[in-house]
Design a protein around this ligand. Structure first.
Ligand SMILES: NC(=O)c1ccc[n+]([C@@H]2O[C@H](COP(=O)([O-])OP(=O)(O)OC[C@H]3O[C@@H](n4cnc5c(N)ncnc54)[C@H](O)[C@@H]3O)[C@@H](O)[C@H]2O)c1
Length: 263
């Protein structure tokens, strides 16, 4: 018996980065999982890796774009038909967009960031919460960002949508706490995932490693975070061990968001 072997968890954006690290963490704890991503090939590869490491893992995969409500309904239905309940939703899928000053931002990219980061998270909660209400139990973790509590130069839609994630988290917390559903957000700083590697390429296309080194030196810990660090926090918030944390946006950033002025 493992501590989460009765729990059913949905993870969006599970094919790589923070989502994949969480899927690995939940597999170590024995949870049943519905892994969702719009990148079919990467999703299957990720699921195969987990199955190879944890042969007993009960995993189903579903290719879905979280910005499409029909796709979200389908992953919720799959979770119910496969496992009969939904204990946890890790609403993680998100994109950064392209970096540009506010007044020059490409509108199509802006709308895409809103569709995925804001509407995708909303649709997830919209369709999972009624299932959790029936069970009188649920745990939701939405992924915001330090950009959900601070401004980030050249990332207006990202910052806007991540603040919205934090806001929606507060509302879900106050509206559904009475139903045994605890909803929180996490605000990662720079965690070394494919998304962040891509951001360093945009900052310094000739030498992304230099951009990474320079960035990590600004952090109080002088290091970037690892996806595993985030997975441990998410596993706590999504487990029964979390009995009373609700409506919070928890920074996991080595302390960087407390910094003002020189590092
Ligand atoms: N890595 C960081 O430092 C960091 C910091 C703050 C916040 N975040 C947030 O964490 C989350 C995960 O980021 P990551 O760094 O692991 O990114 P990543 O790009 O490495 O992985 C994101 C995954 O989400 C999937 N995805 C993207 N849009 C999707 C959609 N519409 N439908 C389904 N799947 C979709 C991608 O295919 C990919 O597998 C994002 O919401 C991101 O904004 C990351």
């Amino acid at each position: 018996m493992k501590e989460m072997d009765k729990k059913v968890i949905i993870i969006t954006g599970a094919a790589m980065g923070l989502g994949l690290a969480a899927a690995q963490e939940f597999a170590t704890r024995g949870a049943k999982q519905v892994l969702v991503d719009y990148n079919k090939e990467a999703l299957e590869k990720a699921a195969d890796e987990i199955r190879a490491e944890f042969p007993d893992a009960e995993i189903v995969t579903h290719v879905a774009d979280v910005s499409k409500e029909e796709d979200v309904k389908a992953y919720v239905e799959l979770a119910e038909s496969s496992f009969g309940r939904i204990d946890g939703l890790y609403n993680n899928a998100g994109i950064e967009g392209r970096q540009a000053p506010l007044a020059e931002y490409n509108l199509d990219v802006f709308r895409k960031v809103v569709d995925i980061n804001l509407m995708g998270v909303y649709f997830g909660m919209r369709h999972v919460i009624p299932v959790m209400q029936k069970q009188k139990y649920g745990r939701i973790v939405n992924v915001a960002s330090v950009g959900g509590i601070r401004g980030v130069v050249n990332q207006t839609p990202y910052v806007a949508t991540k603040h919205a994630v934090s806001g929606m988290t507060k509302n879900a917390a106050i509206e559904y706490g009475k139903d045994g559903i605890l909803t929180n957000a996490i605000a990662p700083g720079a965690i070394l995932t494919p998304m962040v590697a891509e951001a360093f390429k945009q900052v310094n296309p000739d030498n992304p490693e230099a951009a990474e080194r320079e960035y990590s030196q600004r952090n109080p810990t002088r290091a970037l975070g690892q996806p595993k660090d985030v997975a441990k926090l998410v596993a706590f918030l999504i487990s029964e061990e979390n009995g009373y944390v609700n409506g919070q946006t928890i920074a996991i950033d080595g302390g960087e968001s407390n910094l003002y002025g020189n590092s």
